[in-house]
Design a protein around this ligand. Structure first.
Ligand code: LLP
Length: 471
């Protein structure tokens, strides 16, 4: 029996006649491919566009972002919080996952706020038209200039440490504010001491973390804030990690954060918001089994209501800030195959025109991805190959032991689930320019990020005169 493309069966691709309404009930983070992925003959289509046509027109590597999937995740989060939380709620998009104008603008259009961690992300969100009321500024080492920009723009500052609080107090003393006489909105981030099962590099909730106040220092923090009339402590924040498949850690977080919230009230503060961070995982391979957006929201909202009821606390405004599960599945990366190296009895390397510069996740976190041949979708999977990047580094392997149809130079490979932490962590290693990104929707395609050129990179080089013209 020949192998069929497992990814086709697992991703819902087999259901060609599925209506948009039916698609909306699927939780995209549980799929491998964007919701609009379809096979038409041999060809893979996303957002009504043939992947091979997109590569012909825009080149490769190419990030292909499916607008319908991004809007579906956004509205599923928003609606689930409305459904399960009787108080006010606000979903923020953690823009570190992919900060660019179009993604921020779609998130804002879907009524999400934005979490930012640098002046670059602040300016991107502002320029995309996000209301500063809905921008929350994070980071464990914000510069004074960044804090000043955020304060003046009217963003909420998530204080991570004493350095932030001291800078905020100094700026307030110097009369820096969004509106004269209005206090700056400050949230306090702390490490809740909750461990979860994910890669060590992306855990943040444990006590030994560079992020957030140690919970033992919270009393001191609240005392400090209670003496700062120009800083208004609007709430508490905690984020426990990323790519999490369990619901229990977020469930447990509710009691811990509500306890800290109550402590803030005991110190005379008037907090009204609780932010439980992001972290819901997505499916990169068939063996990944994350909960749905709806189940995650039901758990965190239910736990928060129960924790507040226990303390007889009116329900605070509940915020969350997912990144990966909003944008991860919405994007695929298309590559063109170049060289093929067959080492008989050992391995076949199929090299593509991108690699660790556009997807640093395999080399950084040993992340496992799937791959398919976008122009050979109905061919049997007869070859086991290792898909290698083009970079001068042995570890630049995108997918080990991938099952593909027989491929050669010119074939187009697609790696799913590359919307989160791919473009945003892309580099220029080996002076490789970063890829373009296009937005696809109903058969229409628009560029959202231009392809970088080598000239763009050379623009920042300066050649001291004494070295110029040397042979
Ligand atoms: N909020 C805070 C404070 C965060 O630090 C993060 C992610 C998020 C929200 C969003 O988490 P998400 O929903 O995306 O899991 N580069 C790594 C992921 C680093 C996550 C950093 N913080 C990766 O590629 O897996």
């Amino acid at each position: 029996m020949t192998l069929t493309q497992p990814i086709v069966v697992e991703s819902g691709l087999q259901n060609l006649s599925e209506s948009q309404e039916a698609r909306e009930t699927r939780s995209p983070n549980q799929e491998l491919l964007p919701l609009t992925a379809k096979v038409n003959g041999d060809e893979l289509e996303i957002g009504g566009c043939k992947v091979t046509d997109l590569v012909k027109d825009f080149g490769s590597p190419l990030y292909i972002l499916d607008e319908e999937t991004l809007r579906a995740t956004s509205s599923q989060y928003r609606k689930a919080f409305k459904r399960y939380y009787p108080g006010e709620s606000q979903v923020l998009y953690a823009s570190k996952a992919w900060s660019c104008l179009a993604v921020c603008a779609i998130a804002a259009d879907e009524k999400l706020g934005i979490d930012v961690v640098s002046s670059g992300e602040i300016k991107t969100a502002l320029q995309a038209g996000v209301n500063p009321d809905k921008i929350y500024f994070h980071g464990n080492n914000k510069s004074r200039e960044e804090i000043q920009l955020a304060v003046k723009s009217g963003c909420t500052i998530v204080a991570d440490n004493w350095w932030d609080l001291e800078n905020l107090a100094k700026l307030a003393l110097a009369g820096v504010s969004h509106k004269a006489g209005e206090p700056t909105r400050v949230m306090v981030r702390f490490t809740p001491g909750i461990e979860c099962h994910t890669h060590d590099y992306i855990k943040t909730g444990q006590i030994d973390s560079k992020f957030g106040f140690d919970p033992n220092s919270l009393k001191e923090v609240f005392t400090f804030l209670s003496k700062q009339p120009s800083l208004s402590c609007v709430g508490l924040h905690a984020h426990i990690g990323s790519q999490i498949f369990e619901l229990q850690p977020h469930h447990d977080l509710a009691d811990v954060i509500v306890e800290a919230f109550t402590e803030a009230i005991r110190h005379g503060l008037k907090p009204t918001e609780i932010n439980i961070g992001g972290g819901l995982g997505i499916r990169y391979t068939e063996s990944d089994d994350p909960p749905s957006i709806d189940d995650w929201a039901k758990t965190v909202c239910g736990a928060m209501v129960a924790a507040c009821n226990k303390k007889k606390l009116p329900l605070p405004k509940l915020l969350c800030e997912p990144g990966r599960s909003l944008v991860g599945t919405a994007c695929v990366t298309a590559y063109t195959v170049g060289s093929k190296k067959v080492i008989p009895g050992i391995r076949t390397y199929l090299s593509v025109d991108g690699g660790m510069s556009d997807n640093p996740r395999p080399i950084t976190y040993q992340s496992v991805y799937r791959v398919l041949a976008a122009n050979k979708m109905s061919e049997p999977l007869t070859e086991k190959v290792t898909v290698a990047g083009k970079h001068c580094e042995s570890g630049d392997i995108l997918i080990k032991d991938a099952q593909l149809p027989e491929c050669q130079a010119g074939d187009i490979l697609v790696v799913p689930a590359t919307g989160a932490y791919n473009y945003s962590m892309a580099s220029n290693y080996n002076r490789v320019p970063r890829p373009a990104a296009v937005l696809v929707s109903n058969g229409k395609v628009e560029t959202i990020v231009e392809r970088e050129t080598v000239e763009d990179l050379l623009k920042f080089d300066r050649l001291p005169e004494r070295l110029a013209g040397q042979k």
